[in-house]
Ligand binder design. Structure first.
Ligand code: ADP
Ligand code: 5GP
Length: 199
């Protein structure tokens, strides 16, 4: 049993206001470590310039998304900034059983729901050093309209209220340092005493 516990991968929830650097951090971790895998969510949002179906998201029609909810295909799902997003359940469970760490770049509602179902999930919150930097990065990313950026900045304040539900806070000032910090947290999960071994 002890061997089985240490062989399982971990579920790593990474939440942050939009623009704080979740994708940059997750991509850097996956590129540098074959033991880490990004969870690819389904979303009803329109693809941004350059986004690829099956890599960034599974871009899904709302009707199909709703039938997947009914069919219990998601480990969690939520409506975020007006669109539906969901984490495919079977891929998540297969990945963890195969001994890999799976990174879930999901919003705070999704993070809390994952923690309820998978109590061993590691909860990491990412934030920029301040709101001014967050706004600057959203503008510099040049992928969202002014109106979208306004909504995302308003939501950022609400998202920060959920910080207390998370176990770790990483400030993404210099990207390589933030990536190292998250990597260290993930490495330590291997030694955590798991509360459940079957999920
Ligand atoms: P999120 O996935 O949380 O929405 P992104 O990873 O897309 O955020 O980052 C938002 C923007 O900020 C991107 O243009 C990214 O290249 C940039 N960025 C991320 N981390 C840093 C950093 N530490 N310093 C400067 N720019 C950053
Ligand atoms: P974006 O549209 O910028 O890619 O993502 C918007 C928000 O949706 C981000 O906070 C992101 O973490 C969140 N998100 C992405 N996938 C999922 C998911 O599967 N479930 C939940 N709950 N949130 C998600």
């Amino acid at each position: 049993m002890l061997k089985k516990m240490s062989k399982k991968g971990s579920i790593i929830v990474i939440s942050a206001p939009s623009g704080a650097g979740k994708s940059s951090i997750c991509d850097a971790l996956v590129r540098s470590d074959s033991g880490m895998v990004n969870s690819v969510s389904c979303t009803t949002r329109e693809p941004r310039n350059g986004e690829k179906n099956g890599t960034d998201y599974f871009f899904t029609a709302e009707k199909v998304f709703k039938s997947m909810i009914k069919g219990k295909k998601f480990a969690e799902w939520a409506k975020v900034h007006g669109n539906y997003y969901g984490t495919p359940k079977s891929f998540l469970e297969k990945t963890v059983k195969a001994g890999k760490n799976i990174l879930l770049d999901i919003d705070v509602q999704g993070g809390i729901n994952i923690k309820k179902q998978y109590p061993d999930a590691c909860m990491i919150f990412i934030m920029t050093p301040d709101f001014k930097t967050l706004k600057e990065r959203l503008i510099a990313r040049n992928k969202d309209s002014r109106q979208t950026i306004k909504i995302r900045l308003e939501n950022a304040k609400k998202e920060l209220e959920f910080l207390g539900k998370y176990e770790y806070l990483v400030i993404n000032d210099k990207l390589p340092e933030a990536v190292d910090a998250v990597r260290t947290i993930i490495k330590s999960q291997k030694y955590k005493i798991k509360k459940t071994i079957n999920n």
